[in-house]
Design a protein around this ligand. Structure first.
Ligand code: THU
Length: 130
């Protein structure tokens, strides 16, 4: 991992306990790096009305966009609770694509295994402005 990726992983690890996941008991944290070098984090926030839950990836992205940032180079996602690899869900892939078609994505599992991929690989033929 390079220095940027280490910093993103550290930021996500720090945010992970803040996840609000009393229904699934699956905590997720994401850290996104802007092209200007700033890091924003997000966690999943669940709700008693399950479908209103927001994923960590969208929480991180929306936080960054709300602060005025619109282009991103890397996203790190980590999780804890059931052993799943926290690949961004389909909805998050589409929302990430709106801002960062060239996003690099690093998904770290609970056991320490790391997958490197990209948004282009996870969402080919995406619906976006030409
Ligand atoms: N979740 C995320 O936050 N990101 C993902 O990539 C997959 C799923 C959350 C949503 C919900 O709170 C919990 O994980 C179980 O689906």
């Amino acid at each position: 991992m390079n220095r940027d990726e280490e910093k993103l992983l550290q930021a996500a690890t720090k945010a992970l306990p803040l996840a609000y996941a009393p229904y699934s008991n699956y905590k997720v944290a994401a850290a996104i790096l802007t092209n200007e070098g700033k890091i924003f984090t997000g966690v999943n926030v669940e709700n008693a009305s399950y479908s209103l839950t927001i994923c960590a990836e969208r929480a991180a992205l929306f936080s960054a966009v709300s602060a005025g940032y619109r282009s991103f180079s890397h996203l790190v996602v980590i999780s804890e609770g059931n052993g799943f690899m926290p690949y961004p869900c389909g909805a998050c892939r589409q929302v990430l694509m709106e801002f960062s078609p060239d996003l690099k994505i690093i998904v770290a599992g609970e056991t320490g295994n790391i997958m490197r991929t990209s948004l282009a690989e996870l969402l080919p033929y995406s619906f976006k402005q030409a």
